[in-house]
Ligand binder design. Structure first.
Ligand SMILES: Nc1ncnc2c1ncn2[C@@H]1O[C@H](COP(=O)(O)OP(=O)(O)OP(=O)(O)O)[C@@H](O)[C@H]1O
Ligand SMILES: [Mg+2]
Length: 360
């Protein structure tokens, strides 16, 4: 396990993942890379580390390492429900610096948008010019200058509203644009991140992206790394076993434990309290979710199997209601569904400890 410093804090491990991304970016763009994993497993932190520290030599001054040209767009900050809000999230007019002193925009803002001429932006807004043609030209201009574009879109589930209520074609066009950048022209890498695997799976199947995609899971830490990390922080073997049983390899939950365990008499008491909070979240959803009885039964069957077998597997002979129930509880961040293995688990280990308290 390597510990790095990132934004003045310890970045735990992720050696394999960092190397995976670097190898990926060094190869010819051929497939869209979908990065998925449970809520708060560390996807954003990891990709931001790779961007800021591995793809840039000096991030604050936007000096890239080698010939990378990176756009990292995190959609979480935006409410996107139609074409114009989508445009506003990803395009910004180039600053006209005649006369006025140009204000310096932060590095993370700058790499978070495509800068295009104000006039062109207006034409795109009015649909006089095709958005994706304009983006393609922007990218081709970079490759002509021997730069290797990398486009990373985080929190793609923000586009769910477009998909459900709005311009479904826009989302398809966007995904087709990603296919043309990778599989067809090999011009740019495209990485799409989300923890909402039910949504990813739906758009991916809808846009028929099977032949053009690679999935990569960023999970909570595995046991060996978690044990190494906890012992480097001074925890004893029996404490480590207890923490692993309650929190698994969830990085933010272990960080929280280190901050707040002193407020409890014992480590066990702290962990039991966390398990109770997870249980109470589940119970509150029983009451707020207005689930029909049948759906509660399905949820409880899933929980039972997770507790007995370590996971629940969505096999072909399950009632079709199962996926609907899984997707509701995944949205509430209680369950995590892996579309590749069809396995369902607690979104993190603590929810499984909460399920134990349902006494099923
Ligand atoms: N490798 C790491 N080392 C130290 N802290 C980490 C690491 N990975 C994640 N964290 C911390 O865990 C928290 C959650 O991480 P992050 O937001 O990156 O997860 P995520 O998978 O992107 O979550 P979401 O599913 O909400 O998008 C953050 O506060 C972050 O600082
Ligand atoms: Mg994230």
């Amino acid at each position: 396990m390597n510990t790095r410093t990132f934004r003045n804090e310890k970045l735990i491990d992720r050696d394999n993942e960092i190397n995976f991304f670097l190898d990926w970016f060094r190869s010819l763009p051929k497939l869209i890379l979908w990065v998925y994993g449970p809520k708060s497993s560390g996807k954003t932190t990891l990709i931001e580390y790779v961007v800021e520290k591995e793809l840039f030599e000096d991030f604050e001054n936007l000096k890239p390492k080698g010939n990378w040209w990176v756009k990292y767009i995190n959609l979480r900050r935006y409410l996107i429900s139609n074409y114009s809000s989508f445009i506003e999230a990803i395009l910004t007019p180039e600053k006209d610096d005649k006369g006025k002193k140009e204000e310096k925009l932060s590095a993370s803002f700058n790499i978070g948008v495509f800068n295009i001429k104000a006039e062109l932006l207006n034409e795109v807004k009015n649909k006089e010019k095709d958005l994706f043609k304009v983006l393609m030209e922007e990218i081709q201009n970079r490759t002509k200058k021997n730069r290797q574009p990398i486009i990373i879109i985080d929190e793609i589930q923000t586009l769910e509203d477009i998909y459900i209520n709005g311009d479904r074609e826009l989302l398809k066009e966007f995904l087709n644009f990603c296919v043309s950048l990778t599989k067809e022209t090999h011009l740019s890498h495209v990485v799409i991140l989300s923890s909402n695997t039910v949504f990813i799976d739906r758009i991916y199947n809808d846009a028929r992206l099977k032949e053009t995609s690679r999935f990569y899971k960023v999970d909570h830490l595995p046991k060996d790394i978690t044990v190494e990390w906890l012992s480097s922080e001074g925890f004893k073997d029996d404490e480590i076993n207890l923490i692993w049983d309650y929190l698994g390899g969830s990085i933010p939950q272990i960080q929280r434990l280190m901050m707040f365990r002193k407020e409890f008499k014992t480590l066990k008491e702290y962990l039991e309290h966390q398990a109770f909070l997870a249980y109470s979240q589940i119970v509150m959803f029983y009451h707020q979710g207005k689930f029909p009885k049948e759906e509660i039964e399905i949820f409880e069957n899933i929980c039972k199997e997770i507790l007995n077998n370590g996971s629940f597997v969505l096999s072909k002979d399950r009632d079709s209601k199962y996926l609907e129930v899984i997707s509701k509880w995944a949205e509430k961040e209680i369950l995590f569904f892996d579309p590749l293995t069809l396995e369902v688990k607690g979104n993190s280990r603590i929810y499984e400890k909460g399920m134990e308290k349902l006494e099923l």
